[in-house]
Design a protein around this ligand. Structure first.
Ligand SMILES: [Mg+2]
Length: 221
């Protein structure tokens, strides 16, 4: 089957977000005066606030501030103070960005099919486009579609609809791949797209589907 659009998720799919965020959180928490490994606590806080963002309950800046107040244990921090403290985490996170080795070859195979190639990500364009540049994944023809610009996040159906309309294709002409079964597989399928689950960690099958373990398996058949 030939697709007119091939859409990749970014974090966990093309970029090793967990490794980068973990490394940043370790340094940041030490700088904030915490002892011991705070990464599990940070990831738990991130997951909860990011879920709230994805469900449309808080804005993207609000989830950052919520995470900062909760992580520091100081809910008297002003928005400006939160932005400054979180800004330091972002600097450390940026320095740790790394592409998965299978990412660039997969993007190149997608481009070689002649399809429009997009990266649909639940974050703000400023951070995500810098991430593509820094890791060398900003290949000509790869279009960034950030939820911060779309005004709606995965897995809400309008998010896929808006992304597809920017790419100028119908749902049945589009293929999506990503590491989140909810955001990158179930959501796109509900919107009428084809989707492949990238299961890098070998997580248990979802509804009998175990996915592919690497992007090296993507666009090979
Ligand atoms: Mg992801």
């Amino acid at each position: 089957m030939d697709y007119r659009a091939i859409i990749f998720d970014l974090d966990g799919t093309l970029i090793d977000h967990v490794a980068a965020a973990g490394r940043a959180a370790r340094t940041w928490s030490r700088e904030l005066g915490f002892t011991g490994d705070q990464t599990d606590r940070w990831f738990e806080i991130e997951r909860r606030w990011f879920d709230a963002y994805e469900r449309g309950l808080v804005s993207h800046p609000e989830q950052r501030r919520g995470r900062t107040r909760e992580f520091t244990g100081d809910d008297t921090l002003t928005d400006a103070e939160c932005d400054e403290i979180f800004g330091r985490f972002l600097t450390l996170y940026r320095e740790a960005w790394t592409a998965f080795p299978d990412a660039e070859p997969a993007l190149r195979r997608a481009l070689a099919t002649g399809a429009r190639v997009g990266v649909l990500t639940n974050s703000v364009a400023e951070v995500q486009s810098a991430k593509l540049r820094r890791t060398g994944l900003d290949l000509p023809g790869v279009r960034l579609l950030a939820s911060g610009d779309l005004g709606v996040a995965k897995p809400r159906p309008e998010c896929y609809r808006k992304a597809l309309s920017i790419l100028g294709v119908a749902p049945h002409e589009a293929l999506m791949v990503g590491d989140s079964h909810v955001n990158d597989v179930a959501g796109p399928r509900s919107a009428g797209m084809t989707a492949v689950w990238l299961n890098r960690e070998g997580l248990p099958a979802v509804a009998g589907e175990s996915g592919i373990r690497s992007l090296d398996e993507f666009l090979r058949t």
